[in-house]
Design a protein around this ligand. Structure first.
Ligand code: ADP
Ligand code: MG
Length: 339
């Protein structure tokens, strides 16, 4: 017989490869969990770009002691019970695979206090579960991931230099922070605080993040709104006077998730139309809130792809919101420049 069942740990690690590619993927999943737990303040830190250690500390509701041994099992989730729940999803997570995947390719320790009770912790070392022990933070949850891919040298070889990995991890945190301006986010790399964002408005959060990236588009960022019943649009966009030569600052979020949806990036540029010179692009952070029954994120494990049932309608509305509202602001901008 040629066919054999894979050893469970081998199978687990193959599956993990789809979700966990590098330290930034770990950060993305741990931030999602912290956000789903209702945290107000989240600190992510890396040592050696996350190759040595990744830690995320939150002040969310915590995890019950009895749940600790289940966390790193496959398909273990508190967020979905039935298939139909997928179409009403409000949480970032729903696959119950993140901690399971991380636990199969690193040494992970999850320490948590459930609603202020005594803290407990569990460690899973490259798929090997250890006993639940007392100890941990007094509030919220602290997840520590050490030695990512240490037992998979072939995978570890694909990682970049620590400084590059740290930059990617920071970018993931900023991308999340844009969607949750009411929460505080910190990023620490090798003991140095690199990002410290306090809770604020949506517009100010965009400005704070742009500032961190040295893209200082200080004065004229405009806020646009539109509502069409089954979805709401909100955007922070640059006036046509501020443009750049690439699309890298057109970012689309659907229900707080950053998505790679080229047609909506195009909708933004169509909206600006003639106002921008050929080959130049605006800064635009577009947040689309859609009725969860009309979206499906269950396409790829990293959830960067989305199926939108009313995409054509949204596309149309984005173009018209930008076209009409940006044009309306132009007389005001010209006036300010003259003053
Ligand atoms: P998912 O997020 O898809 O449910 P995960 O593997 O990321 O799957 O997490 C499994 C479960 O562990 C979650 O459903 C949640 O109940 C719990 N959990 C994970 N991280 C946290 C956290 N930081 N705070 C509270 N609960 C958590
Ligand atoms: Mg999750």
């Amino acid at each position: 017989m040629k066919i054999k069942l894979l050893d469970p740990l081998v199978a687990q690690r193959i599956a993990a490869g789809e979700v966990i590619e590098r330290p930034a993927s770990v950060i993305r999943e741990l931030l999602d969990n912290a956000l789903d737990a209702g945290s107000k303040s989240i600190v992510a830190s890396v040592i050696e770009g996350g190759l040595e250690e990744i830690k995320v500390i939150d002040d969310g509701e915590g995890i019950e002691r009895e749940d600790l041994p289940l966390l790193c099992e496959s398909h273990a989730t508190s967020k979905v019970r039935e298939l139909d729940d997928l179409y009403h999803i409000k949480s970032m997570g729903f696959r119950g695979e993140a901690l399971y995947s991380i636990a199969s390719v690193s040494r992970i320790t999850i320490a948590s206090s459930f609603q202020g009770q005594e803290p407990y912790q569990i460690t899973v070392d490259n798929g090997r579960k250890e006993a639940v022990l007392p100890g941990g933070p007094r509030t919220g949850t602290m997840v520590t991931v050490e030695g990512l891919f240490k037992e998979l040298p072939a995978r570890r070889q694909f990682l970049k230099r620590p400084s590059t990995e740290a930059t990617m991890a920071r970018a993931v945190l900023l991308e999340k922070a844009l969607a949750f301006p009411d929460r505080a986010f910190r990023f620490i790399s090798d003991q140095t605080v690199r990002v410290d964002l306090v809770p604020t408005t949506r517009k100010q959060r965009v400005l704070d993040v742009l500032l961190l990236n040295q893209n200082i588009v200080s004065s004229e960022m405009l806020e646009l709104y539109d509502s069409a019943g089954r979805f709401d649009l909100y955007a922070v966009c640059s006036s046509p006077a501020f443009s750049r030569s690439d699309r890298s600052h057109i970012k689309i979020y659907v229900n707080n998730r950053p998505v790679d949806e080229y047609s909506l990036v195009q909708a933004v540029t169509y909206g600006y139309g003639e106002l921008l010179a050929g080959g130049s692009f605006p800064y635009c952070y577009l947040f689309i809130d859609v009725d969860p029954t009309l979206v499906d994120f269950n396409i790829h494990p990293t959830k960067r792809e989305v199926k939108l049932r009313n995409k054509a309608e949204i596309h149309h509305q984005v173009v018209s919101m930008i076209a009409s509202q940006i044009k309306r602001t132009i007389p005001r901008l010209v006036k300010q420049e003259l003053e």
